[in-house]
Write a protein that binds this ligand. Structure first.
Ligand code: PCA
Length: 327
């Protein structure tokens, strides 16, 4: 955190109009596709507050949630076009531009928060390099709790999913629906509650916290904690905006980003524990999968892992080798 004397110096700087380049008193638009009061949204709020404080009020963030400024699918091109200075999107939604971000939803590879940290360690430099070529910088990434299987009816084996409408949110969930002979229904996270009340979804793979946020117990009765993957939300910003910052502002931003990343992972782990209890206390049945379903899902995971490595190429292989060979 900045010392009081330093922050007074910042304020004086603004007062005199002498705090340097364009960034004095800058208000940056931070776009996200998720709700302001969601797990990630709350963390972004704290990040914004810390940034303002640590920069002595010279950097302020204006949060634009729920895809109102930029929908998730437009986040990367929108930032490149300058429609916002910062943006948050789920990495598995960025695979067209960042193929290695797809590692986040290769099923049954990352099984714990420690695994997720290890993956991010190897993935981050590669993602940073890919984003740099588009004029963007990585600030931080925070995972969603593990992805489980929600369903209206009990699922004893893969065949029970055939013919159901499965909600999807990325290319992996679409492919899973296809392999299970279910019907893929693309629904953004913030519309899951409505899609359920309209009877458009019978099953989905997502986190318990997303289930809680959308009160899915009104339509879905079973939750199977299959721990399929831990997808991350990535916070990015425009490099040119960053390059115009004063050294002290850069420092304030870097520190706030580190703190937000650490806090975000803690909040996510805590939400992972609490949200399953909330599903239960709202009448959902939280059950282990049958060995038949576990076996089918494992095979499906192997197939998708292979497909992913093949489609992304040697860099994907290299990244997984590093992931598997380090602790
Ligand atoms: N919730 C988001 C992404 C992953 C998650 O747990 C969603 O369902 O869209």
């Amino acid at each position: 955190m900045m010392h009081r004397r330093q922050s007074l110096a910042w304020l004086a700087g603004i007062g005199l109009g002498a705090a340097g380049p364009a960034q004095a008193g800058a208000v940056w638009r931070l776009a996200t596709g998720y709700r302001a009061d969601s797990l990630h949204g709350q963390n972004l709020r704290q990040f914004a507050d810390e940034l303002t404080q640590a920069s002595g009020g010279t950097l302020r963030l204006e949060l634009h949630p729920e895809g109102r400024l930029l929908p998730l699918a437009q986040m990367l091109p929108g930032l490149v076009e300058g429609k916002a200075e910062m943006g948050e999107a789920i990495m598995t939604g960025l695979v067209k531009d960042l193929p290695l971000a797809g590692a986040d939803s290769v099923p049954f590879i990352v099984r714990s928060y420690d695994d997720a940290r290890r993956l991010w360690r190897h993935q981050r430099p590669l993602i940073e390099a890919q984003l740099a070529s588009r004029g963007l910088r990585v600030l931080l990434a925070v995972p969603w709790p593990p992805q489980g299987l929600f369903s209206q009816r009990p699922i004893a084996g893969a065949a029970d999913l055939a013919g159901l409408s499965m909600r999807t949110y990325n290319s992996t969930t679409v492919r899973i629906a296809e392999l299970l002979k279910a019907k893929a229904v693309d629904v953004p996270m913030i519309q899951v509650g409505r899609a359920l009340s309209e009877g458009r979804i019978h099953a989905m793979i997502t986190s318990a916290v997303t289930g809680v946020e959308n009160q899915v117990w009104t339509g879905l009765k079973f939750y199977y904690p299959i721990n399929a993957w831990f997808p991350k939300n990535l916070l990015m910003m425009r490099s040119d905006v960053h390059d115009r910052l004063e050294p002290a502002q850069r420092h304030a931003l870097a520190q706030a980003a580190i703190h937000a990343e650490q806090r975000g992972w803690r909040l996510s782990e805590q939400a992972a524990r609490e949200s399953v209890d909330t599903l239960r206390s709202n009448g959902m049945r939280v059950e282990p999968v049958t060995s038949e379903l576990a076996q089918a899902l494992r095979r499906l995971g192997e197939k998708l892992s292979l497909e992913w490595v093949r489609s992304v190429g040697p860099e994907a292989n290299q990244m997984f080798i590093q992931y598997f060979t380090t602790t």
